[in-house]
Design a protein around this ligand. Sequence first.
Ligand code: ADP
Ligand code: FBP
Ligand code: MG
Length: 551
Amino acid sequence: MDSIFSPNSSSISWFTSPYLHTSKSGISTSRNLSSSISFSASSSASASAFSTIGFSRAAMSNPKIVNGDYGYVLEDVPHLTDYLPDLPTYSNPLQDNPAYSVVKQYFVHVDDTVPQKVVVHKDSPRGIHFRRAGPRQKVYFDSDEVHACIVTCGGLCPGLNTVIREIVCGLYHMYGVKRVLGIDGGYRGFYARNTISLTPKVVNDIHKRGGTILGTSRGGHDTSKIVDSIQDRGINQVYIIGGDGTQKGASVIFEEIRRRGLKVAVAGIPKTIDNDIPVIDKSFGFDTAVEEAQRAINAAHVESESMENGIGLVKLMGRYSGFIAMHATLASRDVDCCLIPESPFYLEGEGGLFEYIEKRLKEDGHMVIVIAEGAGQELLSETMQSNQQDASGNKLLRDIGLWISHRIKEHFSKQKKMTINLKYIDPTYMIRAIPSNASDNVYCTLLAQSAVHGAMAGYTGFTSGLVNGRQTYIPFYRITEKQNKVVITDRMWARLLSSTNQPSFWSAKDVIEDKKEDIAKVKKGEEPKNQLTDDGNCADDLVAEKEVSCK
Ligand SMILES: Nc1ncnc2c1ncn2[C@@H]1O[C@H](COP(=O)(O)OP(=O)(O)O)[C@@H](O)[C@H]1O
Ligand SMILES: O=P(O)(O)OC[C@H]1O[C@](O)(COP(=O)(O)O)[C@@H](O)[C@@H]1O
Ligand SMILES: [Mg+2]
């Protein structure tokens, strides 16, 4: 362990290079892409396309957009040569690695890209693509030159240790990199904590443990102190593992590094137990969490079945997105009602939750309810709602599970004079503080290796992510522009409703009105309420509208 205190390096003046695509990137683009694809520097067509789907203008001040034939768009990631054009290249050491050299076409073709949308019509434009991840023939770092660091930020998630392990082992075994630092305790660790030297031996068994061996934290993001620390330590590859907040932090770190003209690659690995990061198929650890949630749901089912008018109520994580609750419900089949933040519901009266509970109890004698922590917050009286935030600025929520338990008990004992037995189970932290399962371990390995290949190849300012089953590099602004939400007008939510047989708490008229409202918002270039479907594509009507406005 060495001390990480980093003085403010005001004495160092850094060459700053404006990030100009017009001339330089034209060259770097043709280096990477076939000539049939033309680079569009400030592409007004692309910019107007983006404005229709609600991109943050500030976040996309310098998007690297490549337009091709038939509506092909590549949302490319930055490269170190965009602002340091004369960097030397080296042969990829994997060429001499017996494990890889026999594999034909192990290196990714420079033109390989992955479509964001795979459901298309015969006359659809080819649409948005991302750069395919993987090893390149040429790398921009000599192995001995690399000094990498890894940091984990935000809430815990199964698989964090696996990602750390595979970054260390990937750098060491594939690229011969020996110097990797672990930053202790999240972003603030860059300037206020100790570091740990990470070797394959140190990380050998860590994937079998939950949590993160590096520790994590919320808040404490101080861009200039962090970049000072990176600079002072001679770090030239930064691997940042975390959720939407973390990736926003990674994006500003990258911008500051670029502004200072440093040869430092910044790679993000998306982490979120809530699965609320857009574009990617799903986040690592999500499957593990859903699997662990089954244990709580099973317990709720056993308890409820064993007593007269038994109700098992399980609260699951999901601050703004109900993916864990939705998938845990679909997986279980014992759940009679799933309540998520995206789907408003009400308690009293016709078509309300109380009426449905009564019906289920009369029919079956028991029921199981799953509620996401962010569901129904609007039902809490104003005095009960919390204005408190955590250190990262995330809203702290009141315990909706406890509140709704009281309301259900009160309703049936006082108003209905009906005996019910309600058991409230809150496994919140138990589903995320566990090691990742086998399939998440494989997923973490691929994400980590992709990040390593990308940084070695000189890409920077990217998040490594799975898109339609392929590893890709996604520009930060696409990851941070919005949160992924369950689309309740989409087929997946309809599947859930037909599995639980719960009321939607929405009338068809509401749904149509809501879609109309969204289409009007999209036309005005505003953020629609239900923009993305759960496969990362726009809901059909919105796509049609968007394509019209893109032309
Ligand atoms: N807009 C932002 N700009 C810079 N840093 C941010 C931003 N939002 C969050 N962060 C930092 O990212 C880290 C993790 O954010 P948090 O929201 O707690 O978790 P997560 O990354 O899992 O969403 C924190 O250290 C926080 O200070
Ligand atoms: O108590 P903590 O550690 O702040 O975490 C609780 C929150 O973390 C979450 O899992 C989301 O965390 P991230 O933003 O880190 O992905 C929420 O579902 C939950 O409300
Ligand atoms: Mg978050």
